[in-house]
Write a protein of this length. Structure first.
Length: 276
């Protein structure tokens, strides 16, 4: 089912990231597809690593920058990956994940959140700001935090171990989506302190309020080629917090969305297998 459409999209190829002009990794130099002048423009990406999908040589789908005064003319929303000749469009912008969840709530597509009576976005509880707070169909308060999941692979392990493996005979759509993924200074550190804080606070709220409140983590998997989801093995700190949250009654929703090259998002499911 179609739930979202990007307006006025542009296809581009990444020349350099970070940009030659702006050294921040959130800005890339791009050339528009079919532009024979090879004019370079700057494009903003809201995610830091984008799992390598927005590096030099990659093809991306963009929209006009929301702020006309921004030095970046475009904003990167989607990335194109090609594996064994098959194209997959992946949503790399974490901010749109919240919009996708909101559309699914409005359309009653999330099986455990049908007929929501009311909700607000970006509300503060304790020391954290959560994406959604509302009342479900039974007048029970819920807190819902959204995390974008752009990365998927056949195994969830360190790159050094992966290089020793052969996946040529694996079904392309059999990947594992996992969270979090990103850069860190030390291997023993958590990848995303902010994500760790959110899931820890949701767990604490659930343990305190019990059945008086619903605490929900929604992981938005913006790609088609996966069959399961898990907290990443390469971040044992977050994985432990994830397991504790699940054991404490925090609801886990792996929401799978498929994008096409026209910038249209479709709802696939909200019940991917969760590997614990």
């Amino acid at each position: 089912m179609e739930i979202y459409k990007l307006q006025k999209i542009y296809i581009g190829n990444v020349v350099k990231r970070p940009s030659k002009t702006s050294k921040t990794p959130y800005v890339a130099d791009i050339i528009l597809e079919n532009d024979n002048t090879n004019t370079e423009f700057m494009a903003h990406t809201a995610a830091l690593g984008c799992c390598g999908m927005v590096d030099s040589g990659k093809e991306v789908i963009m929209i006009d920058s929301p702020n006309p005064k921004n030095v970046c003319k475009y904003k990167i929303m989607l990335a194109k990956t090609i594996e064994r000749g098959k194209i997959n469009i992946v949503g790399v912008d974490p901010n749109i994940a919240e919009d996708l969840v909101e559309e699914c709530i409005k359309l009653n597509l999330i099986s455990s959140l049908k007929n929501v009576k009311k909700y607000k976005r970006q509300q503060t509880i304790s020391t954290s700001r959560f994406d959604f707070i509302g009342l479900d169909s039974n007048d029970t308060c819920f807190i819902l935090e959204v995390k974008n999941v752009p990365l998927a692979d056949y195994v969830d392990c360190y790159e050094k171990e992966r290089k020793k493996m052969d996946f040529s005979n694996r079904e392309i759509n059999s990947k594992i989506a996992y969270f979090p993924d990103g850069y860190r200074k030390k291997q023993k550190d958590t990848v995303s302190p902010r994500a760790l804080k959110h899931i820890t606070e949701l767990t604490n709220i659930k343990l305190e309020k019990k059945d008086k409140i619903r605490c929900i983590m929604c992981y938005v998997i913006q790609r088609r080629d996966v069959q399961s989801f898990q907290a990443s093995n390469v971040d044992p700190i977050y994985k432990e917090a994830f397991n504790k949250a699940n054991d404490s009654g925090v609801e886990i929703i792996p929401l799978q969305i498929e994008w096409n090259s026209d910038g249209i998002a479709k709802f696939i499911c909200d019940n991917l297998t969760i590997n614990m």
